[in-house]
Design a binder for this molecule. Structure first.
Ligand SMILES: [Fe+2]
Ligand SMILES: [Fe+2]
Length: 143
């Protein structure tokens, strides 16, 4: 069974972001667990939580990139938009007709997506956000 482990090489050093990434990783691992059990009702709930949390995390991350003046904000937002479309699209299909979704393929997509996005995209804003820790402190409880 696939499992993604959190490792320090994934950390951005921005607590609010690292916490979100750990939660997302936990939800993805739950998709793997339930996929093995083949319990459609349980999987629907987890996919719903995952789709919601992905959305919440992306919004939070985009606000932080914006207030810190990250130069590649628009490109990063575009990557988020594409992932949101895939995750929410698959979730909607799964809700109406679970048999249409190849859960193994979806798991492989998720296993690859999060670590790759963190390393290739999120680590790109790391220095900008770390240089603006005071701004992040001011908003982190409200975003
Ligand atoms: Fe991101
Ligand atoms: Fe992220």
């Amino acid at each position: 069974m696939i499992k993604i482990e959190w490792d320090d090489y994934l950390a951005t050093g921005i607590d609010v972001i690292d916490m979100d990434h750990k939660i997302l990783l936990g939800l993805i691992n739950q998709v793997f667990d339930v996929g093995v059990e083949k319990d459609d009702a349980k999987l629907t709930l987890i996919l719903e939580s995952l789709a919601d949390y992905v959305d919440e995390h992306f919004k939070r991350e985009e606000i932080l990139m914006q207030i810190c003046g990250y130069k590649n904000l628009e490109e990063h937002k575009e990557k988020h938009r594409k992932i949101t479309e895939t995750v929410q699209g698959l979730f909607k299909i799964y809700q109406t007709n679970p048999a249409l979704v190849n859960i193994d393929g979806f798991q492989t997509f998720l296993a690859d997506w999060l670590p790759t996005h963190i390393l290739n995209e999120d680590h790109g804003y790391k220095d900008t956000l770390l240089a603006n820790r005071d701004l992040i402190e001011m908003v982190k409880d409200r975003i």
